[in-house]
Design a protein around this ligand. Sequence first.
Ligand SMILES: Nc1ncnc2c1ncn2[C@@H]1O[C@H](COP(=O)(O)OP(=O)(O)OP(=O)(O)O)[C@@H](O)[C@H]1O
Length: 309
Amino acid sequence: MDVAIVKVENLSHRYSSQWAIQDISFEINQTGVLGLLGSNGAGKSTTMNIMCGVLKQTKGEVYINGVSLRDNPVEAKKHIGFLPQKPPLHLDLNVDEYLTHCAYLRSVEPKHIKAAVEKAKDKCGIMHFSKRLVRNLSGGYQQRLGIAQAIVHDPKFVVLDEPTNGLDPNQIVEIRNLVKEIAVDRAVMLSTHILPEVQMTCDQIRMIESGHMVFAGTMDEFNNYIKPDSLVVLMDAPPSENELRAIPGIVGVENLTNKRFRLHFDTMDAISEKVIEASVANGWHLQEINMEKSSLDVIFAKLSGKKIN
Ligand SMILES: Nc1ncnc2c1ncn2[C@@H]1O[C@H](COP(=O)(O)OP(=O)(O)OP(=O)(O)O)[C@@H](O)[C@H]1O
């Protein structure tokens, strides 16, 4: 069986007397972007810092590519790249000097450093800035450089802490695309507060609240965490509300505007088909039919308030 890229086992951490996270467990088995969500103070940074080997956990284990971060930190860290919220840039070095320094710190073999630097620059679209001082790069290119330093040693696991923070809208789009690109052949864990960013970038979601894991699943599962219970329909020749209420599965009808109705249902079992069939059979001239899904904000709020057992 293939070894997990990351395995987190019963991770708990206490700052003085206060538990910041408790009993967090999950695995990352595939490449792609995993979003780590949670309100302020939920425990995301604590979890990420432990997973990057920056903070030593009170309890539990983290394995990176099967290597224990506690027992063999040097070996485990060869497989980890990290871009903290504040990129660790050396403003007085040029791009090549800085990346060479990072590759050296990351134990890339000296004979492979030049190629590793070129590859990271190429991946991050900063080839043309090789000799530019880091301080003279724009915010977006500094962030690209931050990502380049996180992948210069070609790690299997990369952690990015709010990588689009402080960027302008164009730079944000570019960095999101870059994050998706680097996640093609490695696992990327992304912490962000921006829910549309999560939707656009992430394949998997883990959500922490008050130090506990409250959600673990795919982006689709997160999107559908709150089951829809209504449809909005537009009909050119609508029947009475009573006739709509008589469709099997429909339990309530709201007249929204002229010819537009919200239909509440109790079970999703082929409900759209039932409405369409009734419309065709009775000549109601159905023009539009849309399932009403909860927004990410509503799902996030519901999970944030989830009771911890
Ligand atoms: N160095 C520290 N000493 C004591 N308590 C800490 C320390 N760092 C974090 N905490 C506490 O641990 C809990 C989790 O904090 P953490 O920074 O991991 O949350 P977070 O989800 O990353 O929050 P944010 O989104 O605001 O960065 C919070 O209650 C926080 O106050």
